[in-house]
Design a protein around this ligand. Structure first.
Ligand code: FAD
Ligand code: GLY
Length: 372
């Protein structure tokens, strides 16, 4: 069994797999150590929206990074398919944020100056595109760039492509500890023996909380549990993702709709509750009257990894050691996975990374705040 690598990545969710893919493209010897099955954490729970415009409010470095990641999906769509034969299921028909009264409409219209691609569609126009929505709406903000992918398939496509380019992906090996050694740089203790590497990337989602605490960083991570359900309907014909009152309906093709998601702070449980699913049904039933005839397919939950300011950590441990973090992607890990993988690979191989991104995602942004 090979146990020596240039880079070991802890966690095989979409972030770990994207990093492995981008490092393998640079001919770096890399292993992903996944404690469970590839993509079995928050990645499996996600709706897959690429919501750069619908989820982020400020025109800052984070937004620019998100936009670049969203655009990068259009290249990756074919690139990953060619290597893995897995389709990421990129749907590119945009999103409607609905308004049911003038006050909601005014709030949504405030986003229009931020991006010239945004449009305001009055009621008749919305219903022309989406005739199965309830007809009492006032209008909707049309966000053409916010499509969606299948999170599980995208994670698999990154993983298979990384493997094809020489990466090793090992499942069912939780990493218990990471120690610096004299002769080899890092020793990662797992239930199935010790792995050695020159660089370590901690990318295990909300569970990186423990490494953030144990590696001399006074930083933590909070879970924000999200519950979802899926249904199948022949009556409902949705083209675009529908967003209303912090919840969404994502049309996944062949009549399947994913409906999400609750926001339960500081809850480490990963089972959906009756109350959580009921709250989603109550919110969405008035928007899509025919949903009462839909077949219930599934319910599930996952844990969003939330940092202090809701932005991810993508960077080096402040000690300057070859220890990196790529975690805390909160509500947008699927959207941000492509650029996160590329940025982390560039940091490790010494390629240039935009200074504003290094600063925006550095681990020291909070340490400086704590010291002030
Ligand atoms: P994870 O997917 O959680 O992966 C971490 C992996 O690390 C897991 O596989 C776990 O088994 C493994 N692991 C843990 N500890 C260890 C260890 N000690 N050793 C080895 N392996 C370990 N984002 C979007 O962009 N769009 C969306 O529409 C969207 N919808 C969402 C809906 C819901 C309900 C939820 C919960 C999240 C949603 N997100 C969405 C957010 C997105 O799912 C996350 O930001 C993203 O999946 C984080 O990916 P990750 O790889 O960092 O973490
Ligand atoms: N980005 C959607 C969610 O986190 O629920």
């Amino acid at each position: 069994m090979k146990t020596d690598y240039d880079v070991a990545i802890v966690g095989g969710g979409i972030i770990g797999q994207s990093i492995a893919y981008h490092l393998a493209k640079e001919n770096v010897s890399v292993v992903v150590l996944e404690g469970n099955a590839v993509g079995s954490g928050a990645t499996r729970a996600a709706a897959g929206m690429l919501g750069a415009n619908s989820e982020l409010d400020d025109d800052d470095a984070f937004y620019q990074f998100a936009k670049e990641s969203q655009r990068y999906y259009h290249t990756l769509n074919q690139e990953l398919f060619d290597l893995s034969q897995v389709s990421i299921q990129l749907f590119d028909r945009g999103m409607y944020k609905l308004a049911y009264n003038e006050e909601e409409a005014e709030t949504l219209k405030r986003a229009l100056p931020m991006n010239s691609t945004l449009e305001w569609h009055p009621r008749e126009q919305v219903l022309k595109h989406e005739p199965t929505l309830s007809s009492d709406l006032v209008g909707a903000l049309y966000i053409p760039e916010d499509g969606h992918v299948s999170p599980v398939d995208t994670c698999l496509a990154f993983s298979k492509s990384a493997r094809f380019l020489g990466a090793d992906i090992v499942e069912n090996v939780p990493v218990h500890s990471i120690e610096k050694t004299d002769e080899k740089d890092y020793a990662l203790q797992t239930a199935k023996g010790t792995y050695y590497s020159k660089h370590v990337v901690i990318a295990n989602g909300v569970w990186s909380h423990y490494f953030l605490k144990n590696l001399d960083l006074q930083l933590g991570m909070k879970p924000v549990k999200g519950e979802c359900l899926s249904v199948k309907s022949d009556k409902i014909k949705l083209e675009k993702t529908i967003f209303y009152d912090h919840c969404y309906i994502v049309p996944k093709g062949n009549g399947k709709l994913v409906i999400g998601a609750t926001m339960v702070e500081d809850d480490w449980t990963t089972e959906p509750t009756f109350g959580g699913i009921q709250s989603l049904m109550n919110k969405m039933a008035p928007i899509l009257p025919d949903i009462k005839y839909a077949t219930l397919l599934d319910t599930w939950a996952g844990l969003r990894p939330q940092t202090i300011d809701g932005k991810p950590y993508i960077g080096q441990h402040p000690s300057g050691e070859h220890l990196y973090f790529a975690t805390g992607h909160y509500r947008n890990g699927i959207l941000l996975a492509p650029k996160t993988g590329e940025m982390m690979a560039n940091l490790i191989v010494g390629k240039q990374v935009k200074k504003e991104y290094v600063e925006a995602f550095s681990l020291t942004r909070h340490i400086q705040q704590v010291m002030r």
